[in-house]
Design a binder for this molecule. Structure first.
Ligand code: PCA
Length: 211
């Protein structure tokens, strides 16, 4: 039985909501298998998120780990390709910690690549009419930290990766440029899970950027 772990994040900074949390809950409530889907909401703290992720992976031994988080201000689902071993926090996390220029994991490589079929997932989203793009930076805050930590733990044949989502239309701050309805964000995460389960290899299509 394939086991998938799908995580979102609690709200952080000045915000009262996080669409990744709402969308992951929705996917969990509506999942009808046949694979086992475990969902969890991670704290937006450097220490707490990584230790909770480690616990979840040890407990459930998932074949696939997909973590999701909010990238406020983006207008498309961002299928993240690269996790860097760097924390440079522009704002404090929910525990008040604001590490600057320290590694996520001391002694680990400078970066890890997502082991999800990132191009196949992006193409599947676009084919469903969902705004989506391959992203080459998950930032240097808690999302990148969880992404890097997941890839440091989850080794082949198991797979792991990260998806950034825009604000939901339901909770977007005024002036936000690109919110998507929560149902569409949930559909994007469901599609990412299904495409990963169904794709042993990635699609060979250009996905790079010039700058
Ligand atoms: N987004 C933040 C942390 C939690 C979240 O949902 C980030 O992109 O790092």
């Amino acid at each position: 039985m394939t086991i998938v772990l799908l995580t979102g994040f609690e709200a952080f900074g000045p915000d009262a909501a996080n669409p990744s949390c709402d969308a992951v809950r929705l996917v969990g409530e509506t999942w009808d298998g046949p694979e086992e889907l475990v969902t969890a909401i991670l704290p937006v703290t450097f220490d707490g998120s990584a230790s909770r992720l480690r616990e979840l992976i040890a407990e459930h031994e998932p074949d696939i780990v997909i973590a999701a988080g909010l990238a406020g201000g983006r207008s498309a689902i961002g299928v993240e390709r690269v996790a860097v071993n760097l924390i440079d926090a522009r704002i404090p996390d929910n525990a008040g910690a604001q590490p600057i220029d320290v590694p996520c994991i001391t002694g680990a490589p400078a970066a890890h690549f997502s082991t999800l079929p990132v191009k196949a997932v992006t193409a599947a989203l676009v084919a469903r009419g969902i705004p989506a793009e391959l992203s080459h930076s998950a930032g240097t805050f808690v999302c990148n930290h969880v992404f890097f930590t997941a890839l440091d733990i989850v080794k082949a044949p198991r797979r792991a990766g990260f998806i950034h989502v825009p604000w939901s239309s339901e909770h977007a701050p005024s002036g936000d440029v690109g919110p998507l309805p929560l149902a569409v964000i949930a559909e994007a995460l469901r599609t990412a899970v299904r495409t990963t389960i169904d794709s042993d290899t990635d699609a060979v299509v250009a996905g790079g950027t010039l700058h």
